[in-house]
Design a protein around this ligand. Structure first.
Ligand code: BEZ
Length: 211
């Protein structure tokens, strides 16, 4: 097991998936990525989660994000369960699901928390940038389905930081004012933020969302 922290390179691996063998870094290419684990196939919360992710494909595509799921079940189980997801969630699963039967990837990404369950993965989420660095880690318990709107919100924030030198304040949502990154000097502001800015304190400078 390794400890993965923000800013670390996302460990590479090769694994079997519902879309064939995947080398994780090659599969990511120049995209952003979401690697997320679920506890088990044929479970109710997971069924709703994977259906929801399939429905959000256009939102992920818009943000240049590739999504890949994982559990410790096998390929045959995944493929059979996908039929149920499609039927019950009224969707078509359109992303690969890793079959991590030997728990190689789960251990690499510390997705098994033995005091919660020593056999199954928890609901881990890793957001990975095009530089292959880990940008976000969230861990949910098995009993709580994830909020994928929140995941899109965080990706929007991460991409604003990456491409526009802003951070996002508490409870920020797409379209709200942003915080000018502390690394930006006052002299740089006019060129970087033509929409204008407000200095509330020298360390708290707001600007309309730049993109
Ligand atoms: C579920 O996906 O519904 C689930 C999985 C494991 C434990 C509890 C719920």
């Amino acid at each position: 097991m390794s400890t993965i922290r923000l800013g670390d390179e996302a460990p590479n691996f090769t694994a079997q998936s519902t879309e064939g063998e995947i080398n994780f870094h090659e599969w990511l290419g120049d995209s952003w990525g979401i690697l997320f684990s679920h506890p088990a196939d044929y479970t109710p919360v997971c069924t709703t989660e994977l259906g929801t992710v399939a429905k959000y494909k256009a939102e992920f595509d818009k943000r240049n994000v590739k999504v890949i799921a994982l559990s410790v079940d096998g390929i045959a189980s995944h493929k059979d369960w996908v039929k149920d997801i499609n039927e019950t969630q009224n969707t078509t699963v359109n992303f690969p699901i890793i079959a991590d039967e030997d728990r190689k990837v789960s251990m690499l990404y510390d997705m098994i928390h033995p005091n919660a369950n020593d056999q199954l993965t928890v609901r881990s989420v890793f957001v990975i940038g095009p530089d292959k660095k880990v940008k976000l880690i969230i861990v949910y318990p098995a009993s709580t389905g994830r909020n994928f709107d929140e995941l899109l919100r965080v990706i929007d924030s991460l991409q604003l930081t990456a491409y526009h030198k802003v951070a996002t304040p508490a409870n920020w949502k797409n379209g709200d004012d942003c915080v000018i990154s502390p690394s930006v000097t006052n002299e740089e502001i006019p060129a970087l933020f033509p929409k204008g800015h407000t200095e509330i304190k020298p360390y708290l400078r707001m600007t309309p969302q730049p993109n």
